[in-house]
Design a protein around this ligand. Structure first.
Ligand SMILES: Cc1cc2nc3c(=O)[nH]c(=O)nc-3n(C[C@H](O)[C@H](O)[C@H](O)COP(=O)(O)O)c2cc1C
Length: 318
């Protein structure tokens, strides 16, 4: 993928674990597609262990979800090297390294956002990754503004690796998702990029709820791209120039969920993906009518896709 050929600004569907699998990405591709998709994060050390088979569904994708970047995380530089060679063979359009996740267990193990405080290991991971990626396969990082405090030496350090893309979630590790994202600082990192690594595409991320808002932020801070995550929970058409979501009738929203559950059943026939991962979606699609709360409760207690589909069909036939 040639990142310079993407629209300006380009819109990216954020990686969200247990949310943005191939099924949901296909739903988004059919409603209002972004310009770039990310997979959920996948652990490189797990991929080189007997647990590999269990993780591979996270790397499944269809041709509809292009261009698609595989997001990886982990500790061992050699496992990054081997995994990136695999990812290239699988046909991905790029690879991204997660250096932003603030999850306590992960951080305790020295991975993801913990790397912000470990420049030595970050350097080793970056060299192994670039060696495997080569010059032509896009290599990017998604990260935060710092650990407990904002630390602008961190993006400066990352830019020394001549990344193809750097996505910044405008909060520190400590802030989790508790305060508004700081777009001013994302803008400062873009300025830093102009002098240190002009070819690196800068993507801003945090609290964007519509394409219009994203476009305005990209213009204000002169960013190359905008990444949207939780915005899809409020509006699956979030990448559309004019979203029809607010005007859809409850039955139309339920039909979209039915489509997602049918695709889930077809894609994961042998329990490759836990049924409860669908629960997060109920609130998106099932609301705004008498009995919505009860239906949501029944859906969340369902034990199979068959049961889910029968509840949804029953409601739409009523
Ligand atoms: C349920 C959930 C799962 C997430 N999983 C990942 C992940 O696998 N990799 C990653 O880089 N960020 C992950 N994130 C963070 C998002 O990609 C994004 O940076 C964050 O939600 C802020 O953007 P938003 O306000 O547009 O949602 C996750 C966020 C949520 C809510």
């Amino acid at each position: 993928m040639d990142l310079t050929r993407l629209p300006k600004p380009f819109f990216v569907l954020a990686p969200m674990d247990d949310v943005t699998d191939t099924v949901f990405r296909q739903i988004i591709a059919d409603t209002a597609p972004p310009d770039v998709y990310f997979t959920e994060f996948v652990n490189v050390d797990g991929l080189r262990s007997p647990g590999r088979q269990r993780l591979l569904p996270k790397l499944q994708f269809s041709q509809k979800e292009r261009p698609i970047i595989a997001q990886i995380w982990g500790k061992n530089p050699e496992n990054y090297y081997k995994t990136i060679l695999d990812i290239k063979k699988m046909g991905f359009d790029g690879v991204d390294i997660n250096m932003g996740c603030p999850d306590k267990t992960i951080v305790k193990n020295g991975c993801c956002s913990a790397l912000i405080a470990n420049r030595g290991l970050t350097g080793e991971i970056m060299s192994a990754s670039r060696e495997a990626a080569g010059d032509d396969f896009p290599l990017s990082v998604k990260t935060r503004l710092g650990l407990k405090e904002v630390d602008m030496t961190w993006p400066e350090y990352l830019l020394s690796f001549k990344l193809n893309m750097l996505s910044i979630h405008g909060r520190t590790q400590k802030q989790m998702s508790k305060v508004p994202a700081n777009w001013e600082l994302i803008g400062e990192i873009r300025k830093m990029r102009d002098s240190l690594s002009p070819a690196t595409r800068i993507v801003g991320n945090g609290d964007v709820k519509s394409r219009k808002q994203g476009k305005e932020l990209a213009e204000t801070y002169k960013l190359d791209g905008i990444m949207i995550g939780r915005g899809v929970f409020d509006d699956p058409f979030v990448f559309a120039p004019e979203s029809p979501w607010q005007t859809l009738a409850p039955d139309q929203k339920i039909s979209l969920y039915t489509k997602q559950v049918e695709l889930f059943a077809k894609t994961w026939p042998n329990g490759e993906r836990k049924l409860h991962t669908l629960n997060k979606f109920c609130k998106i699609y099932v609301n705004g009518f008498d009995g919505a709360k009860e239906l949501r409760e029944n859906l969340m207690n369902a034990k199979s896709t068959h049961e889910l589909l029968s509840l949804l069909t029953h409601r739409n036939a009523a």
